[in-house]
Design a protein around this ligand. Structure first.
Ligand SMILES: C[S@@+](CC[C@H](N)C(=O)[O-])C[C@H]1O[C@@H](n2cnc3c(N)ncnc32)[C@H](O)[C@@H]1O
Length: 258
């Protein structure tokens, strides 16, 4: 028996709780075909069987369809603009900051926030949550071990202060790691927490179709307190922010209307 992609997605939804029809299709189908062939399967039905029978094949599948590229202080200039709002403006408005790094991959983004807050002695007034759909990547995030490419935007002084170098790795210090709580969360199927002063959701909606994106922006806005900040990726735009109760306050920064 051969499966069409739509049927394979019904199967991933019921067996793996993974809603793949919400992703942009061309790119996703190309990736699924590549990883399927790597496993030795020639069609989606036998690939589904392999995924169920072999935990390694299942992990490889989940890892490959989620693209995990990230780095500390990604898009440095844009991050600096965000950092100013985070450490200068928001603390004047809110006594405590609840911050969510959504689709955080290996945690570089959540830890960049932790470093920025620590440098301004704001870490005790802050709670940072990092979430991703991918359990393997979350384990890496908790370990906090990085390579050159991940830390290229970290200043030398911060590198010495917050990391321990053990060539070719950089181990993030415990006092920064402790500031972030990582947990699994699916942006399409998961329930959203609320009362956030800051939500960062960068470089994941590019993989979602318009309907999923529309839902996501609505749910993100609901999860923010009035005056809270929503930080998106450098290739992303919210075309009609007012529709979601948001207004643009920076290059890739939106504020929930009060
Ligand atoms: C390219 S990384 C972005 C990492 C980080 N936000 C950044 O901009 O550097 C995209 C992440 O989105 C995650 N992801 C993909 N689909 C997801 C979903 N439905 N729910 C939550 N995370 C998802 C992937 O596992 C991956 O770690």
């Amino acid at each position: 028996m051969t499966l069409r992609f739509e049927e394979f997605y019904d199967w991933t939804k019921s067996e793996l709780n993974l809603q793949l029809d919400g992703y942009k299709q061309k790119q996703l189908q190309r990736r699924i075909t590549t990883i399927m062939k790597k496993s030795g399967a020639n069609d989606l039905a036998s690939y589904a069987e392999k995924i169920m029978a072999d935990a390694q094949v299942k992990n490889d599948f989940l890892d490959y369809i989620t693209i995990n590229v990230t780095e500390f202080f990604r898009n440095k200039d844009i991050f600096t603009e965000f950092e100013h709002i985070l450490t200068q403006e928001l603390p004047q408005k809110f006594p405590n900051l609840k911050i969510w790094s959504a689709a955080c991959s290996t945690g570089a983004e959540a830890y960049s926030v932790a470093i920025a807050l620590k440098k301004k002695n704001l870490e005790k007034k802050s709670k940072i949550i990092g979430t991703d759909i991918d359990l393997t990547i979350l384990q890496k995030a908790r370990e906090g071990i990085y390579r050159d490419a991940d830390i290229k935007n970290v200043d030398q002084t911060d590198l010495q202060r917050f990391f321990k170098a053990e060539e070719p790795f950089y181990h993030l210090n415990k006092d920064i790691k402790e500031l972030v709580n990582f947990k699994q969360h699916d942006l399409i199927l998961g329930k959203y927490e609320n009362d956030f002063q800051v939500i960062i959701c960068r470089n994941v909606t590019i993989y979602f179709n318009d309907e999923i994106k529309d839902n996501l922006y609505r749910k993100m806005s609901d999860a923010l307190v009035p005056g809270g900040i929503f930080f998106i990726g450098a290739t992303e735009t919210i075309y009609n922010p007012a529709k979601y109760g948001l207004r643009k306050v920076g290059s890739f920064l939106y504020q929930k209307i009060e």
